[in-house]
Design a binder for this molecule. Structure first.
Ligand code: UT7
Length: 329
């Protein structure tokens, strides 16, 4: 075995459509600014559904499409930055909901690179003999968005998607990376309780600002933008390095849907046209780790992705994490 077969994907579309005009009720902004600066016209948000629930709905869709019964699943890899519980993992709850009880289940916290990290990990376990792995990427970013911050709340959205993957003898290559020096550019601090014995608490510098609100995403948009426009092309080239293949061999790139301008700039760096990219950010917004599999599911259902193609996933986000996969499907 050298590669991965994506047997099927599934997704869940949250019920609320939030337009750019709707956001003007929260912050001083306008439709034109959001569309021209981000490429987003509207996004989806949950109406109270937990992250594990939307992940489960996506997982059930992927299982059904792939004709996989829950007892065939050897491992569940969840990816989320907006899970409902400190513990257990979202993947554990999805396992309970779909009836895949007994197999290992855990979440990866790699932000918007989560699906790429998950695919890479699935590849490793499939190489060791596993037969079917379920990757579930679900995000309820609306629960950790600061709707008073106009530079970030216009980007984030909710969504979930899943993939059932199996071993294959097709081409597969990957690259993963992380630079913790950039953690200060995108983060959400957790509220942690004090304990009754705390006396003169120790202040440890962690490079975030002490006055930042807790439990919401804080972003330095300009720094993340600079990082992202480099990370996207660099990860693709790093994944291809040493394989004998080039960008010209890739039929379609499905990038993390962060901002259409990031993708356009990266396309120029790679020397390819926008027709090599699949994007759905205009109606989905930025759903962190769910964005790549959600776009894949949409492209697949529209017949834009089909067997025989070489596709590339590339993700970048908080950490700062980054990664890419190039694979034949
Ligand atoms: O998933 C990965 C995580 N995130 C990203 O990839 C995001 C990366 N960054 C970005 O996408 C962009 O930096 C943003 C969309 C966040 C911001 O776009 P920008 O073109 O970098 O805008 P800016 O921060 O340079 O702001 C330009 C102006 C400022 O006004 P002044 O100072 O020039 O008067 C902002 O105050 O636009 C203003 N502004 C807004 N105006 C209307 C910022 N946000 C808004 C808004 N509506 N929502």
């Amino acid at each position: 075995m050298t590669g991965i077969d994506i047997l099927a994907t599934g997704s869940y579309t949250p019920p609320l459509t939030i337009t750019n005009d709707d956001l003007t009720k929260c912050v001083e902004t306008n439709d034109e600014w959001i569309r021209t600066r981000t490429g987003i016209s509207c996004r989806r948000m949950t109406n109270g559904e937990p992250t594990w629930y939307i992940g489960t709905m996506a997982a059930k869709a992927a299982l059904e499409k792939s004709g996989t019964s829950p007892d065939e699943i050897d491992m569940i890899i969840g990816t989320t930055v907006s899970g409902d519980y400190h513990t257990p993992s979202m993947a554990a709850i999805v396992g309970r909901e779909i009836g895949a009880v007994g197999c290992p289940a855990f979440d990866i916290s790699a932000a918007c690179s989560g699906f790429v990290y998950g695919m890479d990990m699935a590849h490793k376990y499939l190489s060791c003999g596993m037969k079917k792995i379920l990757i579930v990427s679900a995000e309820r970013l609306s629960a950790i968005t600061n709707f008073e911050d106009r530079s970030s709340c216009i980007l984030f959205a909710d969504g979930a998607a899943a993939a059932v993957v199996a071993p294959s003898d097709k081409f597969f290559t990957s690259y993963l990376g992380c630079d913790g020096m950039g953690m200060r550019y995108l983060y959400a601090k957790k509220t942690m309780r004090t304990h009754p014995f705390m006396d003169d608490p120790v202040a440890i510098e962690d490079y975030t600002l002490p006055d930042d609100p807790y439990d919401v995403l804080i972003q330095d948009g300009k720094e993340v933008y600079k990082f992202a426009t480099k990370a996207l092309p660099n990860t693709v080239l790093a994944a291809l390095e040493g394989t004998g293949r080039t960008v010209d061999d890739i039929d379609l790139i499905i990038p993390h849907q962060a901002n259409i301008r990031i993708i356009e700039t990266a396309a120029k760096h790679l020397g390819v046209g926008m027709d090599k990219f699949f994007t759905n950010i205009d109606h989905c917004g930025n759903t962190s780790s769910a964005s790549i599999p959600n776009a894949l599911d949409e492209a697949w259902s529209k017949g834009i992705v089909h067997p025989g193609m070489t596709i590339c996933f590339t993700g970048f986000g908080a950490g700062l994490t980054q990664g890419a996969i190039v694979m034949d499907i």
